[in-house]
Design a binder for this molecule. Structure first.
Ligand SMILES: Cc1cc2nc3c(=O)[nH]c(=O)nc-3n(C[C@H](O)[C@H](O)[C@H](O)COP(=O)(O)OP(=O)(O)OC[C@H]3O[C@@H](n4cnc5c(N)ncnc54)[C@H](O)[C@@H]3O)c2cc1C
Length: 338
């Protein structure tokens, strides 16, 4: 599609920054409509991400089914579908929420989603970090930092899908102040004496937050939560009942920052168009999903009053197929098996 401005044509119609689910979905949609679409991802690919890997709620199921198709069996964990959630609250019997939820490692899920975007015609460059973005009338110019140094690129539209710590967002909102939570994930070999068909949430006494959770995947168990360092003693004590050995060391540990953003972004969004993007009066990049402060999918249940909402019960549209990941339009390595 030609640029309508008088200057030189941009390199791309759309540049999507970030190759997570938000970026893959945006890129696939743009490519399908015939737009020349490039995805830029700063990490080597496929990459894992701090995430429990549950594909949660009918909303996410519907989007994946309608826009990407059935999730191949290989993308899901060896136990492909959790039966639901277990809530362990001191002084009460564990509560169960039956909530069938497909389970994956994000490395595999995101690789599959991105392959679909590639199959639709999007191009991908990995180890390509966007460091700057500026609007110039009808063209948006950005700077990409890759193995060969800095490189300028231009597009008619830029979609910021670069996650909770979005660089695009920082460029657009340099003054945006936010606080962070710091979830940590620890992976241990083996299993605990907990029903592996369920995701387990623990609420240590006197500490509604932070709390932690445990889930099993492919021969490992993972302990996750915000503030699990502070909770170490509680975790050891509570999980000892489930055969956790506190002297056991995790085989790996990772973590991330989650900006508490949604409210801040909305509150700091200037109403006057002229003051919306300082120094960037032209076409602004679009922020999507975690990048714009949406971090969790919506669930059709309200936990506050413990009663089901009137939303419809979960559907199971993620029919698992035996299709293998042999198609590698982007030359990706096979997803790593754990
Ligand atoms: C502990 C934890 C557990 C979670 N569990 C679940 C769960 O079970 N189920 C669920 O649905 N959600 C879960 N979430 C939320 C889920 O991880 C996010 O909602 C989801 O990853 C958002 O996808 P995204 O595409 O917006 O961003 P991301 O998945 O974060 O992808 C952003 C991508 O952009 C890349 N990037 C960043 N900056 C740049 C740059 N400057 N240039 C180029 N690339 C860049 C990053 O490398 C990354 O690959 C969890 C989150 C946390 C923290």
């Amino acid at each position: 599609m030609p640029d309508r401005g008088t200057g030189p044509a941009p390199d791309w119609d759309v540049i999507v920054v970030g190759a997570g689910p938000g970026g893959a979905a945006a890129a696939k949609r743009c490519a399908e409509t015939g737009l020349r679409t490039l995805v830029l991802e700063k990490r080597a690919w496929p990459r894992d991400k701090v995430c429990s890997g549950m594909i949660m709620g009918p909303w996410a199921h519907d989007i994946i089914r309608d826009h990407f198709g059935a999730i191949p069996r290989e993308v899901l964990a060896s136990l492909p579908v959790l039966k639901g959630h277990f809530f362990h609250v001191p002084g009460a019997a564990p509560a169960v929420l039956e909530w069938p939820t497909p389970l994956a490692w994000r490395k595999n899920l995101d690789a599959w989603l991105l392959q679909k975007a590639c199959a639709a015609g999007a191009e991908v460059r990995t180890q390509a970090r966007v460091t700057q973005v500026e609007s110039h009338g009808q063209i948006i110019r950005l700077t990409l930092n890759g193995p060969d140094g800095d490189e300028p690129l231009s597009a008619r539209w830029v979609i910021g899908a670069d996650g909770a710590n979005s660089d695009i967002r920082k460029v657009l909102f340099p003054g945006l102040k936010t606080s962070y939570s710091t979830p940590i994930r620890e992976c241990y070999p083996g299993s605990l004496r907990l029903d592996q068909n369920y995701f387990h949430w623990f609420f240590p006494k006197g500490r509604p937050r932070p709390r932690f959770n445990v889930n099993h995947k492919d021969g490992f168990f993972l302990i996750e939560g915000s503030g699990i360092r502070e909770l170490r003693a509680d975790i050891s004590r509570i999980l000892a009942d489930h055969w956790f050995d506190p002297s056991q060391k995790p085989i790996w540990r990772d973590g991330c920052l989650i900006p508490k953003l949604h409210q801040n972004l909305i509150e700091s969004w200037p109403r006057k168009e002229s003051s919306r993007l300082p120094g960037q009066e032209g076409r602004p990049p679009v922020l999507i999903w975690n990048c714009c402060g949406r971090s969790w999918p919506r669930l059709p249940y309200s936990f506050s009053n413990r009663t089901p909402s009137p939303n419809p019960p979960p559907r199971l549209p993620w029919a698992v197929t035996s299709k293998t990941l042999t198609k590698k339009p982007c030359g990706f390595p096979e997803p790593i098996s754990y």
